[in-house]
Design a protein around this ligand. Sequence first.
Ligand code: PLP
Length: 486
Amino acid sequence: MRQSENRMSREDFINNTNIVRDALADYIQQCEQEDTKVISQPPMHDLTNELDLGRYITEGGLRGNSLKQFIETYLKNTTKLRHRKFLSHQISIPHPTGALGALVNGFTNNETSLYEMGPSATSIEFFMVNWMLEKIGWTPSPVPGNERTADLTEFSAGILTHGGSLANMTAILTARSAKNPNIWQEGQPNNLVLLVPEQSHYSLKRTAAILGIGENNCVAMPADHVGRVLPDTIPALISDLEKQGKKVFAIVANACGTAAGLYDPIGKIADICKNHNIWLHVDAAHGAGAILSQKHRHFVAGIEKADSVIWDAHKMFQTPALCAALLVKDYRHLDGTFSQDATYMFHDKNQPGVDMATRTFECTKSAMGLNMFMSIAAMGEKKLIQYIDNCTDLARMAADYINDQPDFECPVIPETNIICYRIKGDDERQLELKKKLLDEGKFYISTTRYQNKWWLRCVFINPGSTLQDFVELIEEIRRINAELKT
Ligand SMILES: *Cc1c(COP(=O)(O)O)cnc(C)c1O
């Protein structure tokens, strides 16, 4: 018997696809309307009922009019990233062409752990990784079949992962095995220490705990008043730790930090790492855009001296989630991450492509490179860089605006598209304001803890947002604040 439900006639397929296409086209328009709420959160139980989940899962039949109704209810209850007043979190507004990539990806389900399971998918991942390696200033990996690169012996390599947290963990794993070559067989020594910025992403502490290094051995480096690592203090910290019998195997630098979006002085930290034979990992999950930008490259000066870098495409690169990259300067270290007898991947196997499986935690690994490629290829590099620069400029203009308002303050001049600010009043007031704003749903912003205070925080990531949107937000905050006072 034919599995007819899965096969679906060409006519039904086109019909269902058209239903979804039309709903999404309406959705784009809706998100662009002023009176659409950017966020609304019905109680989960109500929403589960409204979506009619129980009935569909039991009875099936999600097609035609049912499909239309379901998708419309789904879209109605989304948080609307495509709304200009979406100013909260670091997640891309996917380029519509990139989103089509995600559809093709879901439909073909080719993956990249084995070249034979997805020649296009794997070639694109390899290409995009090489594109990023080259932007950092490293030598891209030789491409099987390209005679010109066949004799290269020194080059870089990378892998796409499902998210920056996993990329960070893989990077630290790579660092640990590079600096402790026997670890794969013998287990790890109990004196390893990872140095991180005070403002590091929580995935690094988790990594230390998960890898058995221990959260207490994930040590914050001294920082200046804005939270930027003070490189000159690192040698003394290393020798203090050595006196306690500890061994620093890796240092992490932010490019940029998550809370306030500031870059650490990578070049100076790199020189210290080189002197002490320590691995330098740069967390550029959010701030990798500066690598491409002539205007902002100075923020990441020296990044080419790092040993590894992570780079999220699903933040500033308009790519549907998830898509992150781990990039490693010396390919041998990446090949050694998951085993010590890893050999050069291309020459010991007579095959037309590269298998990613030996370089990653993941077994089945989606063709996320397609999503990244299609998002960027629709714009071209130049427009992408313009977009990233504009977002950064917007944050700086917003900070200038705040600094002209007597009742607001900014802790620091933004270096990326992230701005922290607060209205005169205590911590409690900032949190109340955020809650009120979200209840109203006209604006969606976030809050963050920074310099021991709570701040309101905006991330300019929607290509449609303007300074005017921010000005309106400030006026709205003032209005709510006055109401809360009475
Ligand atoms: C977002 C972020 C991460 C985590 O990346 P995910 O893709 O969300 O897992 C790590 N580091 C920094 C600096 C980030 O901004």
